[in-house]
Write a new protein. Structure first.
Length: 126
């Protein structure tokens, strides 16, 4: 009986640890993908600003300034929604496993696990 309890306890602890590792890895992958999306969003914004500059609408022009403000709002909404959707995907009892509650905390978390994030985000043939 004692052997069975010990074996069950060890199995439970090991499976719990593996589950926690898998969950953290999924958070790292998710945040890496979200950051890659932000990178692409930034590049598209830069291209739009460049197109405006080529058409004679540069810094100080109302259309240029409006585009910059709209982009800042869009990026903030993207960041807020990314974290909110992740938290909503977890049932209440599992939300404590998520080590971050906002964008800044999520970036600190990602910085702590930057090696797997870099390995995941490496693009082939570049």
């Amino acid at each position: 009986m004692l052997g069975w309890l010990t074996c069950s306890g060890v199995y439970f602890l090991k499976s719990t640890r593996i589950t926690a590792i898998v969950m953290k890895s999924s958070y790292v992958f998710y945040l890496t993908i979200i950051n890659k999306g932000l990178e692409y969003l930034h590049h598209s914004h830069i291209n739009r600003l460049e197109a405006l500059r080529k058409n004679g609408k540069s810094y100080g022009h109302p259309e240029y300034e409006t585009l910059k403000k709209d982009n800042d709002k869009q990026i903030q909404i993207y960041k807020d929604n990314a974290i909110a959707y992740l938290l909503q995907a977890h049932p209440e009892m599992f939300r404590n496993f998520v080590e971050f509650r906002n964008w800044r905390e999520s970036q600190r978390f990602l910085n702590n696990y930057k090696y797997p994030a870099i390995m995941f985000s490496k693009e082939k043939n570049k």
